[in-house]
Ligand binder design. Structure first.
Ligand SMILES: [Zn+2]
Length: 106
């Protein structure tokens, strides 16, 4: 059983990794996403400069959200403005901590 390392966390979101398997997990409200380190890096770089306001859509209840597609064509992630900011703050933090651990374990 591998020991996972938490890179970034708050009450809604946990980003953790396993260095043995080189796998990274994002836990978010009933959704668990698994990435290889390479996939995470690609996802991070592809999404980090996206502006919430440029991708606005309306949920059926009228709330403004942004929908982010995933590598699985029928599954998308939905973010409110608050969740979006929170998500990318934690992605930033996870990316930073991952680099720190990489240096420490070299
Ligand atoms: Zn593992």
């Amino acid at each position: 059983m591998c020991k996972t390392l938490v890179l970034a966390q708050n009450e809604n979101l946990t980003i953790a990794q396993c260095c043995n398997c080189r796998v990274l997990n994002i836990w978010r409200a009933g959704v668990l996403m698994n990435f290889s380190f390479e996939q995470f890096k690609a996802f991070y770089h592809a999404t980090k400069t996206l502006e919430f306001d440029n991708y606005l859509e309306s949920r059926p209840d009228g709330k403004e959200v942004v929908i982010l597609s995933t590598p699985l064509p029928d599954i998308s992630l939905v973010f409110t403005r608050y969740e979006w900011r929170e998500f990318f703050e934690k992605m930033e933090e996870a990316n930073f901590m991952q680099k720190v651990y990489e240096l420490v374990n070299r």
